[in-house]
Design a protein around this ligand. Structure first.
Ligand code: WT7
Length: 646
């Protein structure tokens, strides 16, 4: 572990919203009277009906509840749009930078308000009502933000599915929440290549009875099949729609959106976030963690298909009246300097990306970075996976020229927004550590038996108290919600992450302790990849584990047992890789497929993944106890064969 400590730069402290002194006062305040603290912080939002209740949450099984500001009413789009019109109607709300560097759009708050009202009216005309679910399967184009905000305006619940997911994955997400309407584009465009989004929707809808209408935004103008009576192009509907659409008064605990995420078992869970607490958390964390200053251009590179895109491309920045940059493309197109070219083109002050992108760019050498000025940059951010100190140092020294603090932000789809991160004007940095919890966040480290560990220690990361942005349920499966997060260590929210706390009280996330892997900052359940593999006619059994990967953080290592008589050769390897990509999507592409005549199982038939992980890591000197295996000789075979595939 790196021992370096980077103090708060004086020029950052001088203008920071949260200085060290302010942070100390706020920490004391939230500790002393949390409800009073949150009552005050919640004033950053505009409420239609003020709340009187604050926090009615309890993690214990007997009176389990998560509820914030429950008798208050507000509207998310009104907070992100209407209230800014008077003061910053002509300021850029969204700067859209196309995949092609020659394409861009600047949308002011006034224009955004109009576009959202039009989209909301289109949805209403198509029969979408408060509480209905709308699936959004769009590329990174402004219409994605219009559609999200339009849903919130009329009280519809959006469920965004990342454009990299396959028709099958899309179909299961549409079915799970019974969407009435799907919003998509003809094609997406990334790195000069087109993605057949509408064709994927067509394939998905063969298996979805609930969908009545499909709205198609024309991004590329590519040819698409339009189903009579079901599919409608967006442009003519938009042109005919009124720019006036009153917003609905929503209860603070009314559902805002569903976002599917992978767990250690079963199918992806529909993480449900609600209106008041989520928006407060997105707004507050965007303000404090990025120290956002009015007028600054802020850029989060995440896709809106992930929670980072929800909270830190759209809701947090827009609630704060910020200028948010939305990027359609990829870091290496047209070349590896694209990120830094975009920073210069739009004078980006705050830049927030994932370690996997940094590692990929770092490998290409410093010249791509140094060919740009980057003088507008003030704060850098990292999210999605642990950032290795080497990448951190490169980000700090080469990209930020030693002047920009790096905020390493730890959080999850479930948490709605950042929970552990530095405050740039208050927290000294340690490369590789997400540093300290935000106000009101109470991390607890426990051992395998649930015993709370004090001081400098390693443990399983739990959170002891609710915070406003916490997920409220798994859509349609409240029992699964409780079982997944609150039953392992009773009384605590269990994150699934391992973590070390050092002597200074800094937190170092060490990665997942469950059967979830993190591939390029994308969460993948090993069970999902396994079920995709066993769905192939030649596969009898599969076990999937994570393996260290220099760029992706973790890669996907699959052990596959074939049906009797099948031959495991390179052709079949290729076929299985293509199969998984088709079943789940390109993000689930296995990096290694090892054909395994047998898997290491206990006598009761449980696969010992610990052993498979070690072999995948190439660390076979410390396999631990293998005596409980039904057939210990399996392990020697696996080790010998692993040398052939690696
Ligand atoms: C998992 C959550 C956070 C939004 C994007 C991913 C890992 C996330 C960090 C970080 C170390 C991190 C954790 C977490 N993770 N940020 N800064 N340092 N690990 O959201 O898909 O829900 O994944 O990502 O393992 O549990 P997600």
């Amino acid at each position: 572990m790196s021992e370096a400590v980077y103090p708060v730069p004086a020029h950052i402290a001088a203008s920071a919203t949260i200085t060290a002194e302010k942070a100390a006062v706020m920490r004391a305040a939230v500790q002393q009277d949390p409800d009073a603290f949150w009552r005050q912080e919640a004033r950053r939002l505009d409420w239609i009906t003020p709340f009187t209740r604050v926090n009615d949450s309890n993690f214990n099984e007997a009176d389990f509840a998560i509820s914030w500001f429950s008798d208050g009413q507000l509207n998310v789009s009104a907070n992100c749009l209407d209230r800014h019109l008077e003061t910053r109607g002509d300021q850029a709300a969204i700067i859209w930078e196309g995949d092609n560097p020659a394409e861009s759009r600047v949308i002011t708050y006034r224009q955004l308000h109009e576009e959202v009202c039009r989209f909301a009216n289109v949805l209403k005309d198509q029969g979408v009502r408060r509480g209905d679910r709308v699936t959004i399967y769009l590329p990174m184009i402004p219409e994605a933000a219009f559609a999200m905000l339009a849903c919130t305006r009329i009280g519809a619940i959006h469920s965004i599915v990342f454009g990299g997911f396959s028709p099958d994955s899309l179909a299961s997400r549409i079915r799970d929440c019974d969407s009435r309407l799907v919003i998509t584009a003809d094609e997406g465009l990334r790195g000069g290549k087109s993605v057949p989004l509408k064709a994927n929707v067509d394939a998905a809808l063969d298996h979805c009875a609930s969908v009545e209408k499909v709205i198609v935004v024309q991004r590329t103008g590519g040819a698409v099949k339009m189903v009579e009576g079901r599919d409608l192009f967006y442009a003519p509907l938009r042109d005919a729609a009124s720019v006036d659409c009153p917003y609905e008064a929503m209860g603070a605990e009314d559902p805002l959106f569903i976002l599917y995420t992978s767990g250690s078992t079963g199918t992806p869970k529909g993480v449900l976030h609600t209106t008041g607490g989520y928006l407060l958390w997105a707004s507050l964390t965007h303000d404090y963690v990025f120290d956002y200053k009015p007028g600054e251009v802020y850029w989060c590179t995440a896709d809106i298909g992930w929670v980072t895109g929800h909270s830190y491309v759209v809701y947090g920045p827009l609630a704060n009246g910020a200028t948010t940059l939305m990027f359609e493309g990829v870091p290496n197109y047209p070349d590896h300097s694209r990120f830094w070219q975009v920073c210069d083109k739009w004078n980006v002050a705050i830049f927030y990306t994932a370690p996997t992108a940094l590692r990929a760019l770092m490998r290409e050498g410093d010249d791509y970075v140094k060919s740009s000025s980057r003088k507008s940059l003030r704060i850098l951010g990292s999210v999605g996976e642990p950032i290795n100190p080497e990448a951190w140092e490169w980000y700090h020294r080469v990209v930020g020229e030693d002047r920009c603090p790096i905020v390493d932000t730890w959080w999850q789809t479930e948490t709605g927004g950042i929970l552990i991160a530095p405050l740039p004007g208050a927290t000294a940095l340690k490369p590789g550590s997400a540093t300290q919890p935000l106000f009101g966040v109470e991390p607890v480290l426990v051992d395998a038996e649930g015993k709370v560990l004090e001081g400098a220690t390693d443990g399983n990361l739990c959170i002891a108290q609710s915070w406003p942005g916490q997920m409220r349920t798994v859509y349609n499966d409240h029992d699964r919600f409780f079982q997944t997060y609150f039953s392992t260590y009773p009384g605590y929210y269990f994150t699934g992450d391992g973590c070390r706390r050092d002597a200074d009280g800094y937190y170092w996330i060490t990665g997942r302790v469950d059967d979830v892997i993190n591939v390029s900052g994308h969460r993948m359940g090993t069970a999902e990849v396994e079920s995709a593999l066993v769905a192939h006619a030649k596969v009898a059994e599969a076990a999937v584990v994570g393996m260290p990967h220099a760029i992706k953080g973790q890669g996907i290592y699959a052990y596959v047992t074939l049906n009797a008589g099948e031959e495991g050769d390179n052709a079949l390897r290729k076929e299985l890789v293509a199969w998984v990509r088709r079943e789940i999507g390109p993000i689930a592409t296995p990096d290694v497929i090892q054909f395994a005549p047998g898997l290491p199982k206990t006598r009761s038939g449980k696969i010992m993944r610990r052993i498979l992980r070690k072999i995948a890591e190439g660390d076979v000197s410390s396999l631990g106890d293998t005596s409980t295996l039904a057939d210990p000789s399996v392990v020697d075979h696996l080790i010998a064969d692993s040398r052939l595939v690696n």
